[in-house]
Ligand binder design. Sequence first.
Ligand code: SF4
Ligand code: SF4
Length: 429
Amino acid sequence: MLAYFFASWIRWDRGMGFPNQAIIIDLPSRKGYFFGLQIWPDEIYFITILLILAALGLFIFTTLFGRLWCGYTCPHTVFTDIFIKIETFFQGDRNERITLDNSCLDKKKFIKKSLTYISWLIVAFFFAFAWVAYFYDAMDLAKDFYSLSISFSGILWLLSLTFTTYVFAGVFREKVCIYMCPYGRFQSAMIEKSTTVVTYNHLRGEPRGKVSEVVGDCIDCYKCFLVCPMGIDIRDGLQMECIGCGLCVDTCDEVMEKIKRPKGLIAYSSEDAVKSSSIDQPTLKKISSPKSIFYFLVFCVVFGLAVFSLINKQELSIIVIKERAPLFTLTPAGTIRNAYTLKLQNKSLSQKEYLLSIDGLDSYKFKVQGFQQSSGREFIISLAPELETELKIFIEANNSSFHEQKIEFTLKDTSSHKLYNETSVFIFN
Ligand code: SF4
Ligand code: SF4
């Protein structure tokens, strides 16, 4: 939560004219900034790779430790938790809340309910504000909000996110997990008998009965059921609805402590561990399962691809468009002239200088409209940070018996000596 709420306030100097927020998706310029990294619209595959990595990470953790994501890190669970804490603070525990709900509306009930709903609204608004700050610049958003000069789209997003957070975390709660989130549906495909999940030790607990009777350890107090935010009885076995929050574990441990029996009747354990009467199996043993190894290998391959793409991320984008009308021109000197449009985009945050040259023709000369030739057959092209430009290029070559010849446009970064190439064709006849 701290990272979510405060990361948008971290500043990052990119120079004049660029967002100085470390993490921001700048919609007007259609670019994403993450500290020193920029993501352009044509590099959206980085986001795809990131999502694939996140999904694979989720698969690995689910195979090893069950629904850790749901119980501890899913934003919906965390916000629902915060909302329940607020509700408990103003209205008391579950039983007190049920009594309050069933009572007639009086001044006390009105105040308790109003304070709860107002607090929910404030938390929901902060969530919405933090989200919009990743698209608007947190400082500007705060200033514009204070001076009531926030844009219409900003207001719309703030209101809709406040509303959805309030409704999802305050009203829908576990219904979002059961009816809207697809994750619970396919968790059964990932969970194995050795996976750590919240498990009721039926060998120890059954048959259930009163504490005075000589039966299993479960005294059928229903506390684990009453405390469950998903409304399930874990004693019926692992169910799709269980988000692994562990509230039933803590509650049952308290009960066991009171009746002086060993804790762990409900515990983070596994089916295999219960059968072998141990608490849980070592993580190392679980990691060696074929499913975990498969997920881990796929994760490593995708991660390697991501790192490779990041290292080889192009700072210059080149597109060459061959003029088609006319395809070629015969000059009075008897040479053949072809025209091209060269689209360049400096994707870096610094001024760049490139040497433009052409390869593939034996005898030729070329000019770039509006530029002076620097030396030999090269042109110096200067590009301001993030500048996108179009150059008109004319190449003249002696006539040939060939119909066409492949040519290559090369731009050499004068500071890093990195080469950027793009191919096209020269048409003779
Ligand atoms: S809290 Fe423990 S003792 Fe009580 S019903 Fe649940 S499993 Fe049985
Ligand atoms: S069964 Fe236990 S771990 Fe699962 S959701 Fe309910 S309280 Fe949480």
